[in-house]
Design a protein around this ligand. Structure first.
Ligand code: TYD
Ligand code: MG
Length: 455
């Protein structure tokens, strides 16, 4: 019999019957790889039945479903708990994605340490490192209790058997791209293999009420399937981002069935593992140049938390006829649009200038409230005049050059005040929302032209 094969995009999991150079869904090039398609055997069902998990399946009424407050287990790391929406939900499946070397294994081993200290039984399965290597890492992180069991294995059948036998409360799979299921004839890390192994783990987790953390590497080359392939299967998706060279990391929730998705957690990588950054604004602003032109502090909201970041702009004469524009940490098109607003509404001649806009510290901001900050940084660099270092600005800028109201103005002003800023430039229409104005001067602006007068 001829084997049935299909082509899978290794980036997003799109399936096609023939090869193509570019994936029509995620538009990545050269990511389609041929894989054998095969349905998995019924072994999972047998296994669960043997463990007494799903012996009798019956529909239930809502009222008959029991709920416990302790259905959420604290990870022992506040920053992570907040991103998760309070803690690790029992029986949930969580995906932690990120570039290799960003600190995924370290974070989860730390979670294991905290959770096992609280007396919960855990299993950490590594397909990447030997037990000795895990021990070396663990030695840097501190003391571990005997509630944590380790396993260096890549065969999913063996792993699933051990899970159903020992029934730990939480399992970590590091990483899903190293795992393989004998029933699937594709290499570990391929889309079919990654999907199939996750499917088996999902069934085991849901029937036995075990929380499963899955680590997935993000890869650019498309050699192994990316975590995006799994996003729809799991309950919670977290991405760990940041520059591997800079020592801070940001954990971002992308999907969460049990909480909001716009919270972030900030960490710092140290010799003894990841440390929480409780005060990210202070951290982001450390080392800021004072009285330099082109630098301004703005306030964006990350979930429920205000975060102060520095925006830097460098505007200089262009050498060739075509001006160069570059944006790091913020949207390139938005920067171009805001520069067009400056040109048209304030008459600033930027069409002969190169412009580079950068969010200091490697943060990524996408909120419209940073518009005013970008405009002020560009104008400050263009005029070569420094902005008061004790000034924070925020506001959305419209196409007619108007400065529009933003949400949570009060929280933003409080954060600025807390960090010792004395002047806040903000949309005039948001001023009435600010309750606590003592010790800080609020300047309401209606348009970009008003803001220019401050430079
Ligand atoms: P790791 O957790 O192995 O990354 P991932 O699992 O996402 O691939 O983290 C690897 C990096 O972290 C590596 O460069 C070493 C560094 N590191 C520290 O700086 N301090 C530590 O305590 C540990 C355990 C790792
Ligand atoms: Mg790792």
């Amino acid at each position: 019999m001829k084997k049935k094969t299909a082509f899978f995009c290794q980036n997003c999991g799109y399936e096609a019957s023939k090869w193509m150079g570019q994936c029509p869904v995620c538009h990545e090039w050269n990511t389609m790889v041929e894989e054998t398609v095969q349905k998995s055997s019924g072994s999972t069902k047998d296994r669960i039945a043997a463990a007494g998990g799903a012996a009798r399946v019956r529909p239930a009424t809502l009222a008959s479903i029991e709920m416990y407050a302790e259905d959420k287990v604290s990870s022992g790391i506040d920053e992570l708990d907040r991103v998760l929406g309070g803690g690790i939900v029992k029986g949930s499946m969580l995906l932690v994605g990120g570039d290799p070397g960003i600190g995924k294994s370290t974070l989860l081993l730390q979670v294991c340490r905290n959770v096992s200290e609280a007396g919960h039984e855990l299993l950490y399965v590594s397909g990447e490192e030997s037990l000795k290597q895990i021990k070396l890492r663990a030695a840097r992180l501190g003391e571990f209790t005997e509630h944590l069991k380790l396993l260096s294995e890549t065969n999913l059948d063996t792993i699933a058997d051990i899970i159903t036998e020992t029934k730990p409360e939480m399992v970590v799979i590091d990483s899903i791209q190293t795992m393989f299921n004998e029933n699937v004839q594709a290499a570990p890390g391929s889309v079919s293999q990654v999907r199939e192994t996750t499917g088996v783990l999902l069934k085991v987790a849901k029937t036995l009420g075990i929380s499963v953390f899955i680590i997935g590497h993000v890869t650019k080359e498309g050699a192994v399937a990316g975590p995006r392939v799994l996003e729809h299967m799991v309950d919670t998706v977290l991405y760990f981002e940041g520059d591997t060279k800079a020592n801070y990391r940001i954990l971002r929730g992308v999907k969460n069935r049990f909480g909001s998705t716009d919270e972030i957690g900030v960490f710092e990588m140290n010799e003894d593992g990841l440390r929480e950054v409780k005060n990210p604004s202070e951290f982001m602003l450390s080392g800021r140049p004072e009285n330099a032109s082109g630098s301004v502090v703005t306030c964006c909201m990350e979930g429920t938390r205000p975060l102060l970041v520095e925006i830097q702009a460098l505007v200089c004469d262009t050498n060739f006829g075509f001006p160069r524009r570059q944006a790091t940490g913020t949207d390139y098109n938005r920067v171009n649009l805001l520069m067009a607003v400056l040109e048209k509404r304030v008459g600033m001649r930027l069409s002969n200038s190169d412009a580079y806009v950068n969010i200091a510290g490697g943060m990524k901001v996408g909120e419209p409230a940073v518009d005013l900050g970008i405009v002020m940084a560009v104008a400050s660099s263009f005029k070569n005049r420094a902005i008061d270092p004790k000034l924070v600005c925020f506001g959305e800028v419209g196409l007619s050059g108007e400065v529009r109201a933003v949400s949570q103005a009060n929280n933003r002003v409080s954060e600025a005040k807390r960090l010792g800023f004395t002047t806040v430039v903000m949309p005039e229409s948001s001023i009435s929302q600010v309750r606590d104005v003592k010790g800080v001067k609020l300047i309401g602006v209606k348009s970009v032209a008003d803001a220019m007068e401050l430079i």
